[in-house]
Design a protein around this ligand. Structure first.
Ligand SMILES: [Zn+2]
Ligand SMILES: [Zn+2]
Length: 352
């Protein structure tokens, strides 16, 4: 067992577009917490949004601020009262710490807790740090065969699984996913894990559509070049899709969702988009009696997502296109932000 140092490196965001490594004391795990040595951190669209704009809605970054909420690492110390996980376990960290007492928590929908504290959502620091202390019950041990990259990617995979669950996706349905970024691809994986054999991915960037094909998309449509509505008709025999997932946040995609689903279909809105507002053909949605669902993070999904990876049903690591050393955090964020055509998903090697 390696000893735990007094200080650690963290990546501090100092202002818009600026990040540097700095020293901070290693946190002490409080009662009910474990100390995790972070090995891999996935960079998410929300991290990049904070990095580029300094805020998402009312959440405003006050520098120095630590980004990152997708972490996998090794438990190295236990706070008082902790029996599980154990020292040495590889864990996937579920980021949201909820109050446990409000109506939402008590009804099991703890992700909607108004007092939830979530990694890298200001003012709560994230996981781009060598060590993080976190509640033991939110550190899910992973079975042998998984590594810390798999563990880090359980977080975005959980969003995909929650989206699929919100759509009640089942085998036999035809689905379309708008957006082949990380969350769109994770949604594809979740749909495949739920047995769907006909999933269409729509995006504007050829590199992302190639990634979707590599991950097992059954059809891809480049909506910049091809006639999407014509393709949708052909794929669905003229009926339209049973299910649509809008992960891009683009109004045009949400509109195409309504236009291309079957009557009685379900549309799941996942992407926030730039402004958070859209104008949509509601009368067409009513004519089709479309059910519209939304997704906010996830709840009770980590065990399912871990099992799906362990069983070999899905491999979220295939979504990763780039990895960076911790020392190159500035480059990692710059490239992920500015080279979206080739960088689909970046991972930072924090340690190990
Ligand atoms: Zn994320
Ligand atoms: Zn609560």
């Amino acid at each position: 067992m390696t000893s735990i140092p007094a200080n650690m490196k963290v990546a501090e965001m100092l202002g818009i577009g600026r990040v540097r490594l700095a020293d901070r004391p290693v946190p002490e795990p409080r009662p009910g917490e474990v100390l995790v040595k972070v090995e891999r951190v996935g960079i998410c669209g929300s991290d990049l949004h904070y990095f580029a704009h300094g805020r998402i809605g009312n959440y405003v970054v006050q520098p120095p601020f630590i980004l990152g909420h997708e972490a996998g690492g090794i438990v190295v110390a236990l706070g008082p009262g902790v029996e599980s996980p154990r020292i040495g376990d590889l864990v996937a960290l579920e980021p949201g710490v909820s109050c446990g007492r409000c109506q939402f928590c008590l009804s099991g929908r703890y992700h909607l807790c108004p007092d939830v504290l979530f990694f890298a959502t200001p003012p709560v620091d994230g996981v781009l740090a060598e060590y993080v202390a976190h509640p033991a019950n939110l550190c899910f041990p992973t079975p042998s065969g998984l590594d810390s990259l798999d563990a880090a990617l359980i977080e975005p995979l959980a969003v995909g699984f929650h989206a699929a669950a919100q759509g009640r996706a089942t085998i036999g349905q035809k689905a379309v996913v708008f957006g082949a970024g990380c969350i769109g691809l994770m949604t594809l994986l979740a749909l495949k894990a739920r047995g769907l054999t006909n999933v269409t991915i729509v995006d504007l960037m050829p590199s992302r559509l190639n990634k979707a094909l590599e991950l097992g998309a059954h059809n891809v449509v480049n909506s910049a070049q091809d006639d999407y509505l014509k393709a949708a008709k052909e794929i669905t025999g003229g009926y339209g899709f049973d299910l649509a997932f809008e992960t891009s946040g683009a109004e045009a995609a949400a509109r195409l969702s309504i236009e291309s689903v079957k009557k009685g279909a379900t549309i799941v809105l996942v992407g926030y988009g730039q402004t958070g507002e859209m104008t949509l053909p509601v009368s067409l949605a009513l004519d089709k009696e479309v059910a519209i669902q939304t997704v906010f993070r996830y709840h009770h999904v980590y065990p399912v997502a871990i099992e799906a990876v362990a069983a070999g049903l899905v491999s979220p690591r295939l979504v990763v296109t780039n990895s960076f050393d911790f020392a190159d955090i500035q480059e990692a964020l710059d490239r992920s932000l500015n080279d979206k055509a080739s960088v689909v998903k970046s991972v930072v090697i924090v340690s190990g």
